[in-house]
Design a protein around this ligand. Structure first.
Ligand code: FMN
Length: 324
């Protein structure tokens, strides 16, 4: 997959509850080379759960997507991966298996990062899924599970042996959740040890961070998650830096409000006028803007696209008044 990642070096990471197709649409438009779906329950697909299936909907500009599945049963994962492959056909970039999620309700079922503690099952999963589909299978995992006990290199080697075509490494232990700092040294160690491509992940917030991670770890691609929330421009900046161009200035306050408005309208076109999930996106777009804290409570009460438009209108007036 080295060729693939040469052309898809800047990746939007999977984010459950955030990375729907509207968000992915905006990130791709801003320059992301590849997107991941939110993590999708293989068991949910097996039950023909309609909401789970909706997570496979593609954005109009999404020629290819990495579909991330989670589960613990190799057979179920293999069967559902084959269904996803059939459903998405050429739109599928690859199937990624989530072996990094630290959330309690996931790990108590032996899924997500719990699989790092059970490398034999993880091995069987990758092997079974690889046999069931023709597309590549990748794994996303963490530095380790228990703080101070780094297992990423050994785990990565086993996943490679099982047939993984690439892996994404988030340089935190599962026990850290999202606290502390991601250790990029761990990504470097995995990259040195493995033959398959390695995607580096954790704490990339700017074009400078992306370049530094590539320089420090020699990773084949970078994955950005949280920094893209309310900030699709991060991809434009990273792509410019990677091509040796000047990094564009951050968006103005007005551009941020305009993008938030657009996001709300795209969501409404997809979900109808009630777009409660826009609240958190709106907060992210507004973060740090003058006057943002004053509208916080108002945003938190918005329900329909009209509600959001009203608050955005107020913000725009305020920005004009301050000529920001
Ligand atoms: C709200 C949220 C949801 C996430 N959902 C997923 C997920 O579904 N699958 C996954 O592998 N990682 C998930 N992650 C982890 C991110 O993909 C990424 O590994 C992590 O946030 C570190 O990268 P960052 O510093 O660029 O955010 C999630 C993170 C956040 C904040």
């Amino acid at each position: 997959m080295y060729d693939f990642f040469r052309n898809h070096q800047v990746i939007l990471g999977p984010m459950a509850g955030v990375g729907d197709e509207v968000f992915r649409f905006l990130c791709l438009e801003a320059g992301a080379d590849l997107t991941y779906t939110e993590m999708i329950s293989a068991q949910g697909l097996a039950y023909d759960n309609e909401r789970t299936f909706r997570l496979l909907d593609l954005a109009p500009n999404e020629t290819r997507v990495a579909v991330q599945l989670f589960g613990h049963d190799p057979e179920v994962l293999a069967r559902e991966a084959a269904r996803v492959e059939e459903e998405l056909s050429d739109h599928l970039a690859y199937i990624d298996i989530n072996m990094g999620c630290p959330v309690r309700k996931i790990i108590k079922k032996g899924e997500g990062s719990a699989l790092m503690k059970d490398p034999d099952t993880a091995f069987d999963i990758v092997k079974s899924v690889s046999r069931a589909i023709t597309h590549p299978v990748t794994v996303k995992f963490r530095r380790g599970v228990v703080q101070g006990q780094e297992s990423a290199v050994d785990f990565g080697l086993r996943m490679q042996e099982a047939g993984a075509s690439a892996c994404a490494v988030h340089g935190r232990y599962a026990a850290q959740m999202y606290h502390g700092i991601a250790d990029w040294g761990c990504i470097e160690r995995v990259k040195e040890a493995l033959e398959i491509p390695v995607i580096g992940n954790g704490d990339i917030k700017s074009a400078h961070d992306a370049l530094s991670m590539i320089e420090q770890t020699s990773c084949d691609a970078v994955m950005v998650a949280r920094a893209a929330r309310g900030n699709p421009w991060v991809f434009t900046q990273i792509k410019a830096a990677l091509s040796g161009e000047d990094v564009p200035e951050p968006p103005s306050a007005k551009e941020r409000v305009a993008m938030a408005r657009r996001h709300a309208h795209l969501l409404a076109a997809r979900e109808g006028t009630h777009i409660v999930r826009m609240r958190k996106h709106a907060m992210w777009y507004m973060a740090g803007l003058p006057g943002a804290s004053a509208v916080r409570r108002e945003l938190d009460e918005c329900d329909t696209v009209e509600d959001f438009d009203k608050v955005f209108g107020k913000l725009e007036e305020e920005i004009d008044a301050r000529s920001l």
